[in-house]
Design a protein around this ligand. Structure first.
Ligand SMILES: [Zn+2]
Ligand SMILES: [Zn+2]
Length: 264
């Protein structure tokens, strides 16, 4: 399988670089990697919502407008279709920090449920060596996103069940989630038409055998069986990371996810 759309690209690195220059590099690398549509999705927490901790800059819709302007400029220079999105958050208290004004600026919205590294903001505790609790927390936050009043406005669930911050323990953590819990989660995603992201950063460094043996095959097979839609996300923080795209494609191949099941 060859993914042709990538909705999860970051361009705010390194912090001092000019955004349009970084975006231009991303678009050209995307084209070289077989992509025909890409979307920029910076981390975003509207300042109108308290509780963002030290992880988020003081941002509002002006940031999204600035990105949209850069996208407009870049679109004049490339045949790759460019979209404006964001990667918002699902806070511990159930907040998705987006306003109606934000939504009116965006082409699409990505929401993650498993930024477990932001302890006290999006994670209730340090889950190190508490893998069962970690798994249960992710089941709870997955349902939390699906039952949020904005659920029908969400386009993509970012890296579902990736225990961000505990990447070395993925299989150990996910084995605590029974098939029935995965199934109940993905049915809600399907019913709200929220695409599940196949994120290549999640499987970076895997050998093809490790992909096939991973818990991701169990999860995405269940999601396919339940009729979900999917998107590809490079979660790009540097164009070299497109090298992992083929590993995400291997996840799709191993789980029987075909072109028709990809959103957009
Ligand atoms: Zn993320
Ligand atoms: Zn991201």
């Amino acid at each position: 399988m060859l993914f042709t759309t990538d909705l999860h690209i970051h361009s705010d690195y390194p912090a001092q670089a000019d955004r349009l220059t970084v975006m231009r590099e991303c678009a050209s690398a995307a084209e070289e990697n077989g992509l025909t549509t890409i979307g920029f999705s910076e981390h975003y927490w509207n300042r109108a919502f308290p509780g963002r901790g030290r992880y988020y800059e003081d941002r509002g819709p002006e940031t999204l407008r600035e990105i949209r302007r850069a996208v407009g400029q870049l679109q004049k220079e490339t045949s790759v279709r460019i979209l404006t999105g964001c990667e918002s958050e699902f806070a511990m208290d159930g907040t998705i920090p987006l306003t109606e004004e934000d939504l009116s600026i965006l082409d699409y919205v990505i929401v993650p449920h498993s930024h477990l590294n932001y302890i006290g903001v999006t994670a209730s505790m340090d889950f190190t060596d508490h893998w069962k609790e970690c798994a249960e927390y992710m089941v709870q936050t997955f349902h939390g996103v699906m039952r949020h009043p904005l659920a029908d406005r969400i386009t993509v669930l970012a890296h579902p069940f990736e225990p961000v911050g505990y990447g070395d323990h993925q299989n150990e953590i996910l084995q605590w989630i029974p098939d029935a819990d995965f199934r109940a989660c993905v049915r809600e995603a399907r019913d709200h038409d929220i695409a599940l992201e196949i994120n290549s950063l999640t499987v970076k460094g895997f050998s093809p055998e490790e992909v096939v043996r991973s818990e991701w095959v169990r999860f995405f097979t269940i999601a396919r069986e339940e009729g979900c839609r999917f998107t590809y996300g490079s979660d790009l923080h540097g164009t070299a990371q497109f090298a992992y795209k083929k590993l995400a494609e291997a996840v799709a191949d191993a789980t029987g996810i075909t072109e028709e099941r990809m959103a957009r």
